[in-house]
Design a protein around this ligand. Structure first.
Ligand SMILES: NC(=O)c1ccc[n+]([C@@H]2O[C@H](COP(=O)([O-])OP(=O)(O)OC[C@H]3O[C@@H](n4cnc5c(N)ncnc54)[C@H](O)[C@@H]3O)[C@@H](O)[C@H]2O)c1
Length: 479
């Protein structure tokens, strides 16, 4: 571990104790991961393997690291954002014999050095959140040889998938990556409901302000934006949604929200939340239109959605008003002064100024991560290609989380919540499929448990990654 506590052994021991308590608390609320851990301890799927992991380093991620270690892995860990790293949690992992390169609020340069330090251990499996590890492996020549020996990996978030698609399209991706973000359970539980809850928890805890009757402007109506907008409505707020695509904008309107451009919405908002995966969503042209005391924050992966540097340039003065609340005084159009407040320096607010998603939500995401890593560990996708495969086919590309994994996780969540569902009878199946159903067909309908799926799943590449949001002209080019 990079030394955060210097020679202060007492402080380090206290940090280990505090971090361990945090991990034990969330662990109690992560039953799927517990079930997976029991299976992994018998199976030892990761025995002799090194796993490099870069995810927001707090208690729930630490629990994921414990489970992977229980499956036999040597763990090498970095945080995916300096502000979300919790030093006591990192210390607790070090005390368990894991290698950690991370410290809270370190510089940008140190952050990159930490990622490189993790990769220098030559991992077999890479678990990434946002694509920074993959970026170094594919774009820094010093790491080409290490990248060539990586068996595969998993990506946690939407922004990381976008970067993976770019690598694949450039025919540079050197090993198979499972798109954990795109699993049905991940999108639903984590992106929508997890972000919906944790963003508002972080905003209220950071500002200590009331929400009722105020106006929230949510930029982006993807999976995360839907959760943030839905919870804002439930908390008694008026909600305006801004978008750049017509279909999600239409969905927002049909869901009962007001849809506007950011230029129109700027003057109405009390709270602004960007969650787009894009850059420059709120810029000086919008700050100038905002009310005095408007609060802006970001829940997208990178801190480029709210132009905090632009606000700093245009401000008369700025000050930290409360922890993680920075006020910028700017001149209004009528010559008077007003203040715009930025939370967590524009970094993703629920992690940089909060504890992230609830434990039960990360239980789902991290069980998907564990099973996807196990799926990579148990299969040799590189070897499965024909010997005469063209160079660009030597990779298995970006893989879906197997449907069986998604189904097993959904089943386990429901069971843990005491929910029972009906099963199709043979007659119902024949009615739906229009075919006779055999005993074997009936047996195949039996759902698999989380500890059976990694071996019984097939690799399916994600279809047509180029079908992601296209930045093309809305008109056909003239012939
Ligand atoms: N805070 C968290 O805990 C958390 C959790 C999961 C994902 N994320 C991150 O949140 C971001 C969004 O994820 P998602 O899964 O909702 O993505 P998504 O692709 O489902 O949705 C993004 C939406 O933003 C819209 N958009 C893009 N640029 C815009 C702009 N300039 N103005 C307004 N709208 C714009 C897109 O049209 C799209 O509908 C990503 O960066 C992702 O990595 C954060």
């Amino acid at each position: 571990m990079r030394i955060t506590y210097g020679q202060d052994h007492e402080k380090y021991a206290q940090a280990v104790q505090d971090g361990t308590k945090k991990i034990r608390w969330v662990g109690e609320h992560m039953p799927l991961l517990k079930e997976t851990e029991v299976g992994l301890m018998q199976d030892m799927s990761f025995k002799g393997m090194k796993i490099a992991l870069c995810i927001h380093l707090e208690a729930k991620t630490a629990r994921l690291c414990e489970v992977l270690k229980a499956g036999g892995a040597d763990m090498y860990i970095a945080g995916s954002n300096p502000l979300s790293t919790q030093d006591d949690v990192a210390a607790a992992l070090v005390a368990q014999g894991m290698t950690v390169y991370a410290s809270h609020n370190c510089s940008g340069e140190q952050y990159v050095e930490d990622l490189k330090a993790v990769l220098k251990h030559a991992p077999d499996i890479v678990i990434d959140d946002g694509g920074d590890l993959l970026d170094i492996l594919h774009n820094d020549e010093a790491f080409t040889e290490i990248a060539a020996n990586v068996k595969g990996g998993c990506e946690e978030t939407t922004t990381g998938i976008t970067r993976l698609i770019a690598l694949q399209q450039a025919k540079k991706l050197m090993f198979p990556m499972v798109a954990v973000n795109d699993a049905v359970c991940k999108n639903l539980c984590d992106n929508r409901y997890g972000t919906g809850q944790s963003v508002w928890t972080a905003i209220t805890a950071t500002t200590n302000l009331s929400l009722v009757g105020k106006t929230a402007v949510v930029a982006g109506y993807g999976n995360c934006g839907k959760g943030v907008a839905m919870r804002a409505k439930g908390l008694g707020m008026q909600v305006i949604v801004t978008e750049v695509q017509h279909l999600p904008a239409l969905e927002a309107m049909m869901d009962g929200f007001t849809v506007m451009s950011m230029n129109q919405a700027a003057k109405y908002g009390d709270f602004f939340i960007t969650v787009t995966g894009c850059k420059d969503v709120i810029t000086p042209e919008h700050f100038i239109l905002m009310k005095h005391g408007a609060v802006c924050c970001n829940a997208g992966h990178f801190d480029c959605e709210v132009d905090v540097a632009g606000l700093k340039d245009m401000c008369i003065e700025h000050d930290e008003l409360r922890p993680n609340v920075h006020g910028y005084v700017i001149e209004d159009a009528d010559g008077t002064n007003k203040r715009i407040d930025i939370l967590a320096d524009g970094r993703l607010v629920n992690l940089a100024s909060g504890d992230g998603h609830p434990a039960e939500i990360m239980d789902v995401s991290f069980t998907l991560q564990t099973l996807s890593a196990q799926f990579i560990a148990k299969n040799d996708f590189k070897a499965q290609l024909p010997p005469n495969a063209p160079p660009e086919a030597r990779i298995a590309g970006i893989l879906q989380v197997p449907q069986q994994v998604d189904a097993a996780v959904a089943r386990s969540i429901l069971e843990n919540n005491g929910c029972v569902i009906d099963a199709l009878t043979r007659e119902q199946m024949e009615y739906i499929t229009g075919k006779p159903i055999t005993d074997t067909d009936m047996e195949l309908q039996e759902p698999l448990g989380v500890n059976d799926v990694a071996e019984n799943s097939e690799a399916v590449p994600i279809e047509k990654p180029e079908n992601q949001m296209k930045l093309v002209s809305k008109k056909k080019p003239r012939k």
